[in-house]
Design a protein around this ligand. Structure first.
Ligand code: NI
Length: 181
């Protein structure tokens, strides 16, 4: 295990645009170690996505792992462990839906953010293969949240109604839908 410290909001490196990961480094020991560190850190923190800048690595690398079934975000559409290198996003449909987001770099808070729900992402996978994939619904929100980190953005930047920003305990008590599983 190689759990890394996660930078928290206020650290300037979370607000810095990341660089493309050098393609010729994919598959090297350094690359494998980066992915392993990110995976261990994500698992330890109990999150569903992590961007390299969050562990102070200034490259455009993201991992996502959305478990099936119930989690702290309710019942989700699953997305297995996915590595996205140098991702480029295209919005396929501008219509949005909102989710309560959280972030390992903004611990203890939840905020309601609306984002497009149909996107296409072109990226390199951990084998260096070019992949084009469409993401819909909650996974589309998660991908956009993680890609924001690569541009120095945090989800709180997208909150339009700041009454919909809450600590987790108050969220659970007052804001979570009663029907929420
Ligand atoms: Ni985040």
């Amino acid at each position: 295990m190689a759990i890394q410290p996660i930078l928290r909001m206020g650290h300037p490196n979370l607000r810095t645009e990341a660089s493309d990961y050098p393609v010729d480094q994919i598959g090297t020991d350094a690359f494998s170690m980066l992915i392993e560190n990110m995976r261990d850190t994500l698992k330890d923190a109990g999150g569903i996505g992590l961007a390299a800048p969050q562990i102070d690595v200034p490259f455009r690398v993201v991992i996502i792992d959305i478990p099936e079934g119930k989690s702290r975000y309710g019942v989700l559409s699953a997305l297995g462990f996915t590595v996205l290198i140098n991702p480029v996003i295209t919005v396929l449909d501008e219509s949005t839906a909102g989710f309560w987001e959280g972030c390992l770099s903004v611990p203890g808070l939840r905020g309601y953010v609306e984002r497009p729900q149909s996107i296409k992402v072109s990226y390199l996978d951990d084998q260096g293969q070019t992949i084009e994939h469409e993401f819909m619904g909650f996974p589309a929100t998660v991908v956009q949240h993680e890609l924001d980190h690569l541009a120095g953005r945090l989800y709180i930047d997208h909150i339009k109604d700041t009454t919909l920003l809450s600590f987790e305990a108050e969220f659970d008590r007052y804001l979570a839908e009663p029907s929420r599983p």
